[in-house]
Ligand binder design. Structure first.
Ligand SMILES: *Cc1c(COP(=O)(O)O)cnc(C)c1O
Length: 345
């Protein structure tokens, strides 16, 4: 990879970050806080939260096997996605590569930041050659987005492909593992120490059942995380979110139970879909959803809406003609969907 100093935007390299009141004191056991213009009443939410979420990172570190210094926590993974553009990509000059189809936020954030987005289509097995991705790069390419398991296709991108990119691309390879808890593949965060250009995204929104609290994370070298910390809003993760996340971290066993329930239901649902006359094909999945090719996705989508059941219509997405993306719900919800589809005429 290129030197990180060369990859990052010059204005970010030279940036003096905001220094918050809570950042400037440390090391001593303080009792009286007269530094941040807070209201002394209304404890505990009168106080600004820890800008670096130290307690939460220490707990995550045990579970994820990543050092706290190599961890960024943000307002959903969406914050990490946006920050990657703002750290590395010069608007109007630099570009990024992504597989197509994939998670929509990479493109939206590229557009917001006025950064050229170069999609490289997957093949009919929803895979891509590293050589094709590299061929789409030029000297201005800063990031390659790899979502694995991929949304909306559900499959993992071949490991060898990702490793080839990590070893041969001069910029940053972002591996978004929002769904890795549902996958049998080894998560890429285990390889952080081998690849200085690797950024792995995780979220509490899926397997952890906490989409409402907005907590996403990026794992990367300490050097890259330093950039995240410079650019982020000082108090980007609020105290209520930090509290709730700490609570959840106490109950890892519950998460495992949920994941196992969802995996069993996933298998059952795919088997049931295969028997539906209106389902032409289901695609292999490593996530908590699957893609199903139907006879007429638009009509079936509307039929389900009329019954109060919402799935994701991916009909207009590249390679997903007539496909619905089905999230695995509770058994009762899945049964309701199946019952409705069996009555479709
Ligand atoms: C759902 C999802 C996320 C999660 O985003 P949050 O902002 O953390 O809720 C990230 N990446 C992908 C690919 C997703 O599908």
């Amino acid at each position: 990879m290129e030197q990180l100093q060369k990859l990052a935007r010059k204005n970010i390299l030279e940036l003096t970050p905001y220094s918050s009141a809570r950042n400037e004191y440390s090391g001593h056991e303080a009792r009286v806080f007269l530094d941040a213009n807070e209201n002394p009443y209304n404890s505990p939410i009168n106080r600004y939260p820890d800008p670096l979420q130290r307690k939460l990172k220490a707990e995550f570190s045990k579970i994820k096997g990543v050092a706290p210094e190599c961890m960024f926590l943000g307002n959903g993974s969406d914050e990490a996605i946006d920050l990657l553009y703002r750290i590395f990509c010069n608007p109007g000059i630099d570009n990024v590569i992504a597989i197509e189809p994939t998670y929509g936020m990479y493109k939206v954030c590229a557009n917001i930041n006025n950064v050229e987005y170069r999609p490289v289509p997957l093949n009919s097995h929803f895979q891509v050659d590293a050589a094709q991705l590299l061929a789409a790069t030029n000297q201005y390419t800063k990031l390659i987005w790899i979502c694995s398991p991929n949304n909306p296709t559900g499959n993992c991108i071949n490991r060898e492909t990702i490793i080839h990119l990590l070893e041969n691309f001069g910029g940053i390879v972002v591996v978004d593992e929002a769904y890795s808890d549902f996958s049998s593949e080894t998560p890429f965060r285990r390889h952080l120490s081998s690849y200085p250009n690797l950024v792995v995204l995780n979220t509490m929104s899926k397997a952890w059942g906490c989409a409402a609290i907005r907590l996403g994370m990026a794992f990367a070298s300490e050097e890259i995380i330093t950039f995240f910390n410079k650019v982020k809003y000082p108090y980007n993760v609020n105290q209520l979110t930090q509290n709730e996340a700490l609570q959840m971290l106490n109950d890892v066993v519950q998460i495992e139970k949920w994941v196992n329930l969802i995996l069993a239901e996933r298998e059952r649902m795919i088997d049931a879909f295969k028997l539906l006359p209106i389902c032409q094909q289901t695609y292999p999945t490593e996530a908590n959803f699957f893609l199903a090719k139907m006879t007429d996705a638009n009509a079936i989508y509307q039929y389900l809406i009329d019954k109060g059941i919402v799935v994701r219509n991916r009909n207009s997405v590249t390679l997903c003609r007539d496909c619905l993306r089905i999230t695995i719900g509770m058994k009762s919800e899945n049964q309701e969907l199946l019952a409705a589809l069996r009555c479709y005429k």
